[in-house]
Each structure stands twice: as C-alpha cells, then as structure tokens.
Design a protein around this ligand. Structure first.
Ligand code: CA
Length: 235
C-alpha cells in the first residue's frame, strides 16, 4: 500500500484529498505546516507528497527545494498544489523539483490520476506487476518468487527486501536507505538488522543458484545485480 503525505493548511481541502486517497486504497498522513511535514518525513519516508504551495510560515516551495537538496529525500515524488495559475509560478514550482503541478480548484479525479501517473513513473514497486531480473522473477500479486519452474520460499521481510532490490537493480543501496524503503514504518531498527535479512535472503536464493545476485558493496551497502563477477560471489 502506498503512503501519501498531504501537506495542506486548509483542513477542508486536506480532508477532501485524504478521503479520496483512502478510498482509493492509499495510506494517508496529513500535515498542516512545513514543520509538521518535515517531522513526518523525518519519521517515515512517504511514497509521494501532495504539497500545497502556500503554507503558514515556510512555503511549500521552500520545502520542496530543501527535500531536493538532501540525499535522503531527493527521490521523493512531489505534486504541488497552488492557487496560482501564473505560468512563471508553475515553472518555479517545477524548477524546485516538483514532479507535477495542479492549480486550485482541481478535481479530485484529476489529482488521483496525477498521483498514479507519478507513482508509476517513480516507484514501480508501488504497483503489483511481476518483475524479472535475470532468471529471477518476483510477483507481488501472488507473493511468489521463482526461477523457471522452481519456487523460492522467502519470509515476508525478505520478500519486501528482494522486491525493492529487483525494482531498483544494479544500484547500490546503503543500509539506511534499505531501512527507509523496506522497513519504513520501523525506522528505529538498527542497521545490523539489514545484514541479518540479507543473509536470510541469500540463503533462500541459494537453492536456485541466485544468492550471488545480492552483492555486498564494501563500505556502501548492497546491490542486486545480474552481472555476477567471480569476485562478487561471497563464500
Ligand atoms: Ca494553503
């Protein structure tokens, strides 16, 4: 289930958006100020942020710029809401790193469509489609991992971890990033926990000769690769 943070000081609009989002199956958190929004993001990274431009105190635009400037939040999808229809403002919003832009008043159907489009672009793991990397296949809809006809038994956490790796292959992820993206709602877990689950995941993948796909990148984290090199195969 995708988690959306709605940053909007007008409570009627925030409520309207969140009712529609929940109805569409999203998990929703509402923040009424930039400070509340920052606190929410510091706790758990949402999958997408609906961000009002005009907030009391710090503006939505300033928030978007700050998030784009920090490694942890750089990839956060942001849809900006504003009453300003001016073209120059729109460009400013997109320059600040917004993925999309909606001018008030907007229809909730339009917002839902934009949210889905941004999530599809930004986070393929939010969707239930099966993913294949090399010989390995993972299907969130049936919760199955397989290589050819052979099914791989993995635990719930290992499944989420593998799904994240497979939807973001060939990239190195730090333990902190993995905690954010895979554990999300339990951010106070120690980074060592990631190592434990990576070890279990490799053990689960071992019978289908895919354990080597999860590489340890010394000093950086982990990566899923299909370009297995001899030295990358851990004993
Ligand atoms: Ca506002």
């Amino acid at each position: 289930m995708s988690h959306i943070l709605v940053v909007e000081d007008e409570s009627a609009i925030a409520e309207l958006i969140s009712i529609n989002l929940r109805h569409a199956g999203f998990e929703v958190t509402i923040a009424a100020t930039a400070e509340q929004a920052q606190a929410a993001v510091d706790g758990v990274l949402p999958d997408l942020i609906v961000l009002d431009w005009m907030l009391p105190g710090q503006s939505g635009l300033a928030l978007a710029k700050r998030w784009r400037g920090e490694a942890r939040t750089r990839e956060l999808p942001v849809i900006m809401l504003t009453a300003r229809a001016d073209e120059a403002d729109k460009i400013q919003g997109l320059d600040a790193g917004a993925d999309d832009y909606l001018t008030k008043p907007f229809s909730t159907n339009e917002l839902m469509a934009r949210i889905r489009a941004v999530l599809r672009r930004k986070a393929p793991e939010a969707l239930d489609s099966a993913v294949e990397v090399g010989a390995l296949k993972i299907d969130p809809a049936t919760r199955r991992v397989s290589r050819g006809d052979t099914e791989v038994k993995v635990g719930a956490t290992e499944f989420r971890l593998l799904h994240f790796f497979m939807t973001h292959p060939e990239r190195v992820h730090s333990r902190a990033q993995l905690l954010d993206r895979v554990w999300g709602d339990h951010v106070f877990i120690e980074e060592r926990t990631v190592d434990v689950h990576v070890k279990r995941l490799r053990e689960a993948l071992s019978p289908v000769q895919c354990a080597h796909m999860i590489e340890t990148v010394r000093g950086a984290g982990y990566r899923l690769t299909q370009q297995a090199t001899a030295h990358a195969v851990s004993a």
